[in-house]
Design a protein around this ligand. Structure first.
Ligand code: FES
Length: 116
């Protein structure tokens, strides 16, 4: 489990990359948190977040994902995997041992500070 930092250190509408654990912590405009795998669901290349375009763009075969990890452009067959997020005493924790596959984004995947 990676301690990512305090909730307050992640501004809304931002994507923060973590080398250890190889994930991105996304804070949506509505304050919800989502931890996304850096690995492309096509063939596993590391997918960088491109701030200018507000997209994850895979350098290998040009798959694109939006800020929630949902596929915008193939060949990626499904959304970026996610990892469980918990918040304890204002600290965001990401369990990188539990990779969750999903076909797309659903609002229930977001974790909100202040809610159990
Ligand atoms: Fe990302 Fe192929 S590995 S598009």
């Amino acid at each position: 489990v990676v301690q990512a930092g305090t909730v307050e250190s992640f501004a809304t509408g931002t994507v923060t990359a973590f080398q250890r654990g190889q994930f991105y912590l996304v804070r949506m405009d509505n304050g919800g948190l989502l931890a996304l795998s850096c690995k492309c669901t096509h063939l596993g290349c590391t997918v960088p977040w491109v701030e200018k375009e507000k997209k994850f763009l895979c350098p290998c075969h040009a798959s694109a994902f939006d800020i929630t990890g949902s596929v915008i452009s193939a060949p990626a067959p499904r959304a970026l995997d996610m990892f469980p997020v918990t918040i304890e005493n204002h600290v965001v924790k990401v369990d990188t041992s539990r990779r969750i596959k999903r076909s797309g984004f659903e609002s229930e995947q977001l974790v909100f500070p202040g809610k159990p």
